[in-house]
Design a protein around this ligand. Structure first.
Ligand code: HEC
Length: 156
């Protein structure tokens, strides 16, 4: 007969055997929970972000991008009017969007004043476009000081 002897330990049921399999299962569940948590957080953040109004920051990012392109022109010694004008014209066009983008600030006289100052600086540069790098730099300084003035008052 092939019965186990009475004092021999009975083979334990698989369920309560502390096997490597159980550890792997816990690890798997832990990692799965972590992944689900990360995915849910990303989805929630994207949903919140989609509700935000991106118009204001888009206007500012475009300002910044065109100022950077002017900077790069100066750094690369490309300061012909044909290099500078497209950037100035883009900045001038986008400057019309300041008030529509910042609907809650457009009634503020100081805010509107800063926006007009920027447009005036751009109009001056467009009226007599710089034809060499020092001129581009001084136009950028003129324009940049209006950016800074508004940021000082309205950017937290
Ligand atoms: C009439 C006011 C005003 C003028 C002029 C202005 N800005 Fe701004 N700018 C703001 C405000 C207000 C914020 C903060 C916006 C926000 O956080 O939604 C800002 C934010 C920014 C930011 C950060 C955007 C972000 O959310 O990451 C950049 C970059 C920027 N401005 C660049 C410029 C440049 C370059 C100019 C000039 C060519 C300029 N701004 C002119 C009001 C102005």
């Amino acid at each position: 007969m092939n019965m186990p002897a009475e004092d021999a330990p009975l083979p334990r049921a698989p369920a309560d055997r502390p096997s490597g399999n159980a550890a792997m299962r816990y690890l798997f569940l832990f990692v799965l929970g972590l992944a689900v948590g990360v995915i849910a957080t990303v989805m929630a953040m994207r949903a919140l972000d989609a509700r935000r109004d991106h118009f204001p920051e888009s206007v500012m990012h475009l300002f910044s991008a065109h100022m950077d392109m002017l900077d790069a022109n100066v750094a690369g010694n490309r300061c012909a009017a044909t290099d500078t004008l497209p950037q100035l014209q883009a900045l001038r066009t986008i400057a019309n969007d300041i008030e529509p983008a910042f609907a809650d600030l457009r009634e503020d006289a100081r805010f509107a004043g800063h926006a007009s100052d920027l447009r005036a600086a751009l109009d001056r540069a467009l009226a007599s476009p710089p034809i060499a790098c020092p001129g581009v730099q001084s136009a950028m300084k003129d324009i940049g000081s209006t950016c800074k003035a508004c940021h000082r008052d309205f950017r937290n």
